[in-house]
Design a protein around this ligand. Sequence first.
Ligand code: KG4
Ligand code: ZN
Length: 350
Amino acid sequence: MLTLGIETSCDDTAAAVVRDGHEVLSSIVSTQDQIHSPFGGIVPEMASRSHLEKIDNVVTQAIDKAGLTLSEIDLVAVTAGPGLIGSLLVGLSFAKGLSFATGLPLVPVDHIQGHLMTLDLAGGTPFPSVALVASGGHTTLFELRSPDSIHIVGTTLDDAAGEALDKAAKLLGLGFPGGPAIEEAAQTGDPEALALPRPLMQSGNLDFSFSGLKTALFTYLQRHGYLDRTTAGQPRLPLSTADLAASYLEAVVDVLVSKCRNAVKFCDVPHLVVVGGVARNGHLRKKMGAAGSRDGFQVHFPPPSLCTDNAAMVAAMGHRTRNKALTDVFDLNAYSTKSLRTRGPRRKGH
Ligand code: KG4
Ligand code: ZN
């Protein structure tokens, strides 16, 4: 069965063709980093305009690269939410038009579920497991008992981990997207140079908070006049950008690793899955792997190209839920926030 996936929930225009829910025949991702970089974050209106310009070409490329024609596709899967509503509507409207014109069944996919099942494309999603989705918009821990039993056991109370990295990179003038920029700058830095907080690490629950960490960096930079735009010339900081990036990344990684260890223990599962854009991070991969070896659980990361937003994960999830595909797609709508919100019953009292 050949599924065409379409993903436009944020700032990447993506299309992919996946065979039988696990074999990636093509995956095209057109990023908008250059468009948003001068602003240090995503400008929603510009994102949807860019999707509109690119979507046709990206979908055509995905089908061509798979060596197929549209008539050979069996199913269309599209991200319906959560995300930026204008961006989502471009992909969804395109998919609806495609379905309407060809008669192909269309299945709406939840973006977070797409991330959660990424390992379908790389050896299989292990059950039972804990999964951490760490991206620019989400930082949530799930307990995965089976494909139909997925519960939230912890989530961020404010910023997502990727958002925290993006905001720190902006403060440090490292550009956008911030995660890869911080990772690169941190290579030569000392992770212990600046003592930064590990918010909620000792809280006893599985929730996250990253806004205080960002504020701690902001306060440090402000104290040293780094953010004072009226000062002539940029004052020198006692610590290098590399040291600051390394210290900040260390704090984010420490919190993620600690919460994952606690979640695996709490859910009593043998596997940990780490997905979403932040899962590309080499330092996180190393420290999470070491924690797994120490505690005796298996750590699974998808290949880096499947961690950040892509349409192959959407196609894989669409294949899993193909019994929910629609042929009458007129009423299908996008949603910006509603997602997998149910807290697991096992979380009670934790
Ligand atoms: O999953 P994703 O592509 O989009 C969302 O669903 O949000 O994740 C994007 C996030 C951004 O915050 C970006 O800075 C972060 O993933 N990211 C990274 C790395 N590559 C991307 N964070 C840390 N290290 C990286 N190498
Ligand atoms: Zn994402």
